[in-house]
Design a binder for this molecule. Structure first.
Ligand code: ADP
Length: 422
């Protein structure tokens, strides 16, 4: 196999798909693998994204898993490496962005990398080191109440500095906007002052493209999916990549279709409601499931004849007050796990019924479903909405999957993905 151009490690599942989608849009043939694969991978690819689930693990576990993935990527041989985290810098004060980036730097034998989470397309921008979500500071956005990674400080220099012993500096927007030479000089000055990381301001895709050129020879890039948009061009400019429209081509998959939703995010709840205007749906209830009600069999029996003529939705998604009630009774983790288990078994049951096209809503939910279906690798296709591409799970019988992270997608996402008109 020829050397891969880019080897990436993503700290969560749908984040990996988001990054892979950005690379495919840029003309790179990209494979996403779920953890380090046991078997060999296809050799007609330019980039590989190893999707982990390390965002909220204890730091030492996140570091160990990330280093295992990096070792595998190094064995394959990549020209450049990428550590992908969330565009809202989701992390706890203990990590894991700093510890994982530190470990990757150590393993690669380097002492400088940028940290650039900005994704202006999704309204995540960084100015003077401060992260904005839409037009509010991160610390004033909904992220301040995140159950696992509440983000209460918008100053990323400070946030990252808390997670690493290495020194963190800032490349301000004034340097980014002054052109490559000045930007390069600023980065060199920051590095010379003893910094191992530079938070880099970016408020537009043009900023990201300018930064990409300057970091073209960096061994490691850390950031959100946004900074990846300039990377295909870097490789193409060096004659290493023939950007191809065919990068997003997927093997054709026939069969029945369904939607599974375990996300309770605002956008997903609206998508579920939209589907219910005239389309069949079946709701799972964690409390009933915990009491032993066999909703898995019920859902599959309900779906078995319906799906022959139209796609169905099976969901656990619920409004915050309903989720809270289940969580109070069962515990946060157990309530989530019960729904994830049920949806995973339903996914396997639907595939046994002939479903070959599945839309899955929810990051954790997607991880659980992909695992239940024994999928080790995904070929990444064209985006349905920003950050959510069609993919094909490579297994004995290929399955087309659209894996949507909670807050992504327009209100008619499910219908749009399956090509059914409302
Ligand atoms: P998102 O991408 O929106 O964060 P996830 O799938 O990552 O979605 O997380 C949603 C979590 O909520 C999952 O663990 C899922 O099983 C759980 N869940 C789904 N429905 C319910 C419900 N009715 N009550 C409690 N938890 C639920």
């Amino acid at each position: 196999m020829t050397q891969l151009l880019l080897g990436c490690i993503a700290d969560d599942f749908t984040g990996g798909t988001d990054l892979a989608s950005t690379l495919v849009r840029g003309g790179m043939r990209t494979l996403q693998v779920i953890g380090v694969p046991k078997g060999t991978i296809p050799n007609d690819i330019d980039a590989v994204v190893v999707a982990l689930k390390t965002r909220t693990l204890p730091a030492e576990d996140a570091v160990r898993e990330s280093l295992e993935a990096l070792e595998w990527l190094k064995q394959i041989g990549c020209r450049q490496y990428f550590f992908k985290y969330c565009s809202t810098f989701d992390s706890t004060p203990e990590g894991n962005i700093g510890p994982v980036a530190d470990a990757m730097m150590g393993s690669l034998g380097i002492d400088f990398a940028i940290a650039c989470p900005a994704v202006p397309e999704n309204k995540r921008t960084v100015y003077l080191g401060h992260l904005f979500v839409d037009d509010t500071l991160l610390s004033e956005s909904g992220m301040r109440n995140h159950p696992l990674t509440p983000m209460t400080d918008s100053n990323l220099v400070r946030v990252l500095q808390q997670q690493t012993r290495r020194k963190v500096g800032l490349v301000p927007h004034s340097a980014v906007s002054k052109g490559n030479r000045f930007l390069e000089k600023t980065m060199a000055t920051i590095k010379d002052s003893g910094c191992s990381y530079a938070i880099v301001d970016a408020v537009s895709d043009d900023d990201l493209r300018a930064i990409s050129v300057v970091i073209q020879d960096h061994m490691l890039i850390t950031g959100g999916s946004g900074i990846a948009l300039g990377l295909p061009e870097n490789f193409a400019r060096k004659g290493l990549l023939v950007r191809s429209e065919a990068a997003s081509e997927l093997p054709s998959v026939g069969g029945l279709s369904a939607v599974l939703s375990g996300s309770c995010s605002v956008a997903t709840n609206a998508q579920v409601e939209h589907w219910q205007f005239g389309r069949p749906s079946f709701q799972l209830d964690p409390i009933a499931l915990s009491k032993g009600e066999d909703q898995v069999t019920q859902a599959l029996e309900w779906a078995s004849s319906l799906i022959q003529t139209e796609p169905v939705l099976i969901y656990g998604s619920a409004k915050p007050e309903v989720v809270k009630a289940a969580q109070q009774l069962l515990g946060v983790e157990a309530a989530g796990q019960i729904v994830e288990d049920a949806l995973s078994r339903i996914a396997s049951g639907l595939v046994a019924l002939g479903v070959r096209k599945l839309v899955v809503a929810g990051g954790e939910t997607s991880g659980a479903v992909v695992k239940a279906l024994n999928i080790e690798a995904l070929r990444i296709g064209a985006p349905i909405d920003p950050g959510v591409p069609w993919t094909v799970g490579l297994r004995d019988v290929p399955i087309a999957l659209a894996l949507k992270s909670g807050n992504f997608g327009t209100v008619d996402f499910f219908e749009k993905a399956l090509g059914v008109v409302q």
